[in-house]
Ligand binder design. Structure first.
Ligand code: FES
Length: 541
């Protein structure tokens, strides 16, 4: 019921949380102001369609954007939270957030057990540490016993709460730069996430939070700036000079992390605006800097972060792949959560076999499912090398009948029962993403004057590789044609690297040293990038 003519009651389900808000603000703003976990990946620009909610009550009339994105769902009680404004009392049903899947373990080398914090604090019977990997999408925290061999006694992960303010780094930088208050909001969001994970870990393990004396953080450069409340705008503007990249320490109390107040929080070093501490930590985790075979280390997400190693000469870069490979900006894209299609196979009979995560009804396609799907469609010649759909007359009927018309473009019916499709526009997004990564790989090896056919090892880190088939990466051309080498998926090496820096003085010294040895290549200054990028746009024949 309305309290007065300017305030209305909005109730969020399934949280059953009611708040009074001024008339005219959007449902997304109302959620953000009240810490309701509602994602706005495009930060309310009305382009991603991921903030959809169901409602009952009084909202502003649907906008053109909503009608275009939601289609007939608009009449059936669905709205975009960033577009719909509260004009009376209203009840909102958030989409049931399914369990969020991320990768919380990875390959880790052996470093001598010698926790750096032990020599800095007075003797104590029990001392613990927490290694944290802050990704743009997820946060992973690992609780480690620093008195008993560095045993990991618990791992917890969650969606990065900053996703409420935008799905990708650039949207968040733009939001943070709008005001000091916004930068603080992003800082509090990530600190809240960290505190929640630590709370979960200590509750499970019965560890006293005041026994946690050291935290190591691996993250991309933007996440590190936001963690300490620094406006990251220099990272998005030429000449892309971060405010800091070197190793830094803070006190836990300064940042609001709820452990021993004088615990040390170590921010691991980054290389540049776009190659962060997560990559350097990943290198330490697999001893990549000591690799003797010509090799490639790549972490694929909204940015493809890539390091090439040729006989100990290291060059690194980051290429803006866009959010497609994380399932965003894709008509039926979604995160790697329950109900997400994560694997696709088209057999010789042309049957499409899909596998999804968990047991929830199928809801969309996550990044790895998308790579698989497009690779299988390229292999089956449903998609031509140019990225266009083949004519249905040229396809076996079982596949041809799945190519449909959808809103003035062609689309492929992936799961007829769930109505999940892949549109021509989606394919374009995949082409842009894969071309950005493949071109960056080419350029790194050109800079090292090395023939990519001679590469012997390819390490793929991060959540993206979780369900991926190596063959799909090559069929898609995400790895450039001709690139040699055996592919190994090494998991969440960022967290493992942070954990090693917690348990070994040597690992911490190595990461600080390795930062100085890598040549950072900024692609926006590479004149050959555009040509390479355009060349990589087609799918391999
Ligand atoms: S469409 Fe609403 S946040 Fe993107």
């Amino acid at each position: 019921m309305a309290v007065n003519k300017n305030l209305y009651e909005i109730t969020f389900h399934p949280l059953k949380l009611s708040v009074k808000i001024p008339a005219g603000i959007s449902v997304l703003e109302a959620a953000l102001q009240n810490n309701i976990p509602l994602e706005g990946p495009c930060n309310g620009k009305g382009t991603c369609g991921k903030c959809r909610v169901r409602y009952k009550g009084t909202l502003s009339a649907p906008t053109e954007t909503e009608t275009r994105i939601l289609g007939p769902k608009v009449g059936a009680g669905w709205r975009l939270a960033c577009q719909a404004r509260v004009m009376g009392d209203v009840e909102i049903w958030l989409e049931e957030k399914q369990a969020f899947h991320t990768v919380d373990a990875g390959q880790a080398s052996n470093y001598p057990f010698d926790p750096p914090i032990l020599s800095r604090v007075a003797y104590k019977e029990t001392i613990y540490g927490v290694a944290i990997d802050i990704g743009t999408t997820s946060i992973v925290a690992s609780l480690v016993d620093l008195k008993n061999g560095g045993r990991e006694i618990g791992v917890a992960s969650c969606l990065n709460p900053q996703t409420q303010y935008g799905g990708d780094v650039i949207t968040r930088i733009t939001f943070a730069h709008q005001s000091e208050e916004n930068t603080k909001k992003l800082q509090s969001a990530v600190i809240d996430g960290i505190n929640r994970l630590i709370g979960e870990l200590v509750a499970k393990t019965k560890v006293d939070p005041s026994d946690i004396l050291h935290v190591t953080v691996a993250a991309n450069t933007t996440m590190l700036h936001l963690l300490v409340g620094i406006d990251p705008i220099p990272l998005a503007r030429a000449p892309y000079n971060p405010v800091f990249i070197d190793y830094r320490e803070y006190k836990a109390a300064e940042l609001g992390i709820k452990i021993a107040s004088d615990a040390v929080v170590s921010l691991l070093p980054s290389l540049s605006a776009f190659v962060g501490a997560d990559i350097l930590a990943g290198m330490i985790a697999i001893d990549y800097h000591k690799e003797t075979a010509p090799s490639l280390f790549v972490d694929i997400g909204t940015n493809g972060e890539i390091v090439a190693n040729v006989k100990g000469k290291l060059a690194a870069t980051s290429s803006a792949a866009g959010p497609a490979l994380e399932g965003m900006n894709i008509h039926h894209g979604c995160r790697a959560e329950d109900g997400a299609i994560s694997e696709v196979k088209i057999n010789e009979k042309g049957e499409v076999i899909v596998k999804s995560i968990g047991t929830a009804p199928r809801k969309g396609i996550c990044g790895s499912g998308l790579v698989d799907l497009v690779a299988e469609l390229v292999k089956s010649k449903v998609i031509l090398s140019s990225g266009s759909f083949a004519g249905t007359a040229d396809l076996p009927p079982v596949l041809g009948e799945r190519v449909i018309e959808f809103q003035g473009q062609k689309a492929f019916l992936v799961d007829p029962e769930a109505g999940i499709i892949l549109t021509q526009k989606d394919i374009r997004q995949v082409q842009l993403a894969k071309a950005a990564i493949a071109a960056a790989i080419e350029i790194l090896f050109q800079r090292l004057e090395f023939d990519i056919r001679e590469v012997e090892k390819i390490y793929i880190a991060g959540a993206f590789g979780y369900h991926l088939k190596p063959a799909s990466l090559k069929t898609l051309g995400l790895l450039p044609a001709g690139l040699g080498g055996h592919i190994a998926f090494v998991g969440n090496t960022a967290k493992e690297g942070a954990r090693l820096c917690l348990t070994s003085k040597l690992a911490l010294e190595e990461i600080v040293g390795v930062q100085k040895k890598i040549n950072a290549v900024e692609l926006s200054y590479a004149p050959e990038f555009m040509d390479n990028y355009v060349q990589q746009m087609n799918f391999p024949d």
